[in-house]
Design a protein around this ligand. Structure first.
Ligand code: C2E
Ligand code: MG
Ligand code: MG
Length: 568
């Protein structure tokens, strides 16, 4: 090997692979003439030497002399150094060899008959630049620009390879699906730049805790996926998930605020390597979803039970799509009584039921969420409103004071056209808007307080009254509630349930009632089941109550009997 050096840093390091000594000498001269300085030229006579040199020192570019139409040397160099650009020297005047070399992975070729300093310099520089941009494009196509992690395409590819390998070695493969809890809140409250920053910090931490052979990818939005091969089994997967949870939890400073992040993780262990990558991901995703349902900040394993649950959910979703048109949805009504003065019926809350052809009556807890996620809630909500308004109009003929409460879901509140559509629905029903009270849960308000404030303001101008439902299940401050144009606070039934069993429950309830009154709100207790609870609520100053003690939700036919309901 010959090595020569001259000039400044960083030099271009050219490895000339040429078995003909005279040709090598000539090309060396031309290269030196082309560069004058900044060139390191290394000559290898044989392919094996070339490989060794590439391994030891690398190169900016390989100039590879071909003799005859065999491309095997090219393949040899490419395998030895896949990232190094190659310029092929060919003596095939038809150019066929050169073109074949390019389709086989060379970046450029030169005919020996046309060699000169200019041509060499151009070819080498061009090959280096071309290889660099090829690499950049390939990287960009397979990586997430924000975090630099592999993207979904690369992850699926690696998972496919891992499954192939597992078929041969029977090693266990696990996929973890991670979703950041309440990421939208970070984005909404601290801004998108902070959201991005959070993802970058998480990506760095996750990368750091992995072994080189593991993969973590940004699957989309705030979702990350992990691929682990050769795991000992379920236990190890669980330990990793726990470690991920802890790593993520370390405080992160965003906009000078310390934020603590939790994640929900789904684990899918591949027991049958013949499965497709997509279905492994789907399993892990389903398990993650369950972790969310069970309260977030946790992980869940995918197993037969969750597979079944996922299937049932899909079935329910399909059936719900037809429930409206097949008139399977019913509105039931639960009375609300006033505790101010004489206990008496003042109105009803509309509560949705689904008369399922096979499963019988299904409570909203089982399907409202599906309706929300699929957007069906908009049409369903409209139906409930129309039904409730027309029913209450009839009741008011015998009991003029009756009001009706209807629950609004988060999705409905996010619908910008809600207020104007509601106004026309009320107008069409001929009812006085004051008859209608809309209930929005505390968690809906909390999810996006600004949006909630805006939408509630718009609803208020129609003339309906507004209630915060399930109050006490979230952690919203009463100070914030004061800024909302609401009239009523409906205390979650856990407050009432605690009465009699927890000694401080009455004091807490009393304080909340007092605060509610201080804010000018009327306070209604939900879930009143015993006379004792009723007596305590009255003593604490509650304005209204609802619960099985009076009546559960009943179908419209039974409301008439309740309308005769006087005092208790
Ligand atoms: P919610 O608005 O807080 O309704 C009160 C829930 O408590 C009802 O459950 C009612 O049956 C139940 N309940 C009433 N009194 C008692 C009691 O004394 N003890 C106990 N343990 N429970 C009592 P339901 O009907 O299953 O409704 C559940 C939730 O589904 C509702 O909670 C509401 O958030 C939602 N929902 C119901 N109908 C609709 C609707 O038309 N639209 C929307 N968006 N959500 C609805
Ligand atoms: Mg309600
Ligand atoms: Mg409630």
């Amino acid at each position: 090997m010959v090595q020569e050096q001259s000039g400044t840093i960083p030099p271009v390091r050219v490895l000339l692979v040429e078995r003909d000594a005279r040709a090598a000498m000539l090309i060396g001269e031309l290269l030196r003439a082309a560069w004058r300085e900044g060139l390191v030229l290394v000559h290898a006579e044989h392919l094996d030497d070339a490989s060794q040199e590439l391994l030891d020192h690398g190169a900016s570019c390989v100039l590879l002399g071909l003799w005859g139409l065999e491309l095997e040397p090219l393949e040899h160099v490419r395998v030895a150094a896949p990232d190094v650009p190659i310029v092929v020297l060919s003596d095939d005047p038809t150019q066929e060899e050169g073109l074949r070399a390019i389709s086989a992975g060379a970046q450029d070729y030169l005919l020996r008959s046309e060699l000169g300093p200019g041509a060499l310099r151009r070819a080498v520089s061009f090959a280096i630049e071309r290889k660099r941009s090829e690499g950049e494009l390939a990287h960009r196509a397979l990586h997430d620009p924000l975090t630099g992690l592999p993207n979904r395409a690369l992850f699926l590819d690696r998972l496919g390879v891992a499954l192939d390998r597992a078929r041969r070695t029977e090693a266990a493969v696990a996929v973890l699906f991670l979703d950041v809890d309440n990421f939208k809140q970070v984005n909404d409250s601290l801004g998108h730049a902070a959201g991005d920053r959070l993802l970058i910090v998480l990506a760095d931490r996750l990368k750091e805790m992995l072994r080189p052979m593991d993969t973590v990818a940004r699957f989309g939005g705030d979702e990350f996926t992990f691929l682990f091969e050769e795991l000992a089994g379920e236990r190890e997967a669980v330990l990793i998930a726990e470690r991920i949870g802890q790593t993520v939890r370390r405080p992160i400073t965003l906009n000078e605020r310390e934020v603590e992040v939790t994640v929900s993780i789904g684990i899918a262990l591949v027991s049958e390597p013949s499965v497709l990558p997509d279905s492994v991901i789907r399993d892990a995703d389903a398990a993650m979803y369950r972790a969310k349902e069970l309260g977030r900040a946790r992980f869940e394993l995918y197993d037969e039970a969750s597979r079944r649950r996922a299937m049932e959910r899909l079935e329910l979703e399909g059936a719900l799509r037809h429930a409206l048109e097949r008139s399977e949805l019913r509105v039931h009504y639960q009375p609300r009584v006033s505790l101010n003065g004489e206990t008496g019926l003042v109105g009803f809350e509309a509560l949705l039921r689904w008369q399922h052809p096979q499963r019988g009556l299904i409570a909203p807890g089982e399907f409202i969420e599906i309706a929300e996620e699929t957007g069906m809630i908009v049409a369903i909500g409209e139906y409930v409103l129309e039904q409730a308004l027309s029913d209450v109009a009839r009741w008011r003929q015998s009991r003029p004071g009756m009001t009706i409460s209807v629950n609004l879901s988060r999705r409905q509140l996010e619908d910008a056209g809600l207020a104007s559509r509601l106004a026309s629905t009320i107008r069409a029903s001929g009812a006085d808007p004051g008859v209608l009270c809309l209930e929005i849960t505390e968690s809906t308000v909390q999810h996006d307080p600004e949006l909630a404030g805006r939408m509630l303001g718009a609803l208020k101008t129609i003339g309906v009254s507004l209630a915060i439902d399930d109050f006490g299940t979230g952690y919203s401050s009463l100070a914030r509630l004061r800024q909302l144009p609401v009239d009523t606070l409906k205390l979650d039934r856990s407050f009432v349930g605690a009465l009699g069993s927890e000694p401080e429950a009455a004091a807490v309830l009393g304080a909340v009632v007092e605060l509610g009154h201080a804010l000018g709100l009327s306070v209604v207790a939900e879930g009143v089941e015993t006379d004792l609870q009723l007596a305590q609520l009255r003593e604490l100053g509650c304005d209204g109550a609802q619960g099985f003690l009076f009546s559960g939700p009943v179908p419209e036919e039974e409301v008439h009997a309740l309308l005769g309901y006087g005092s208790r």
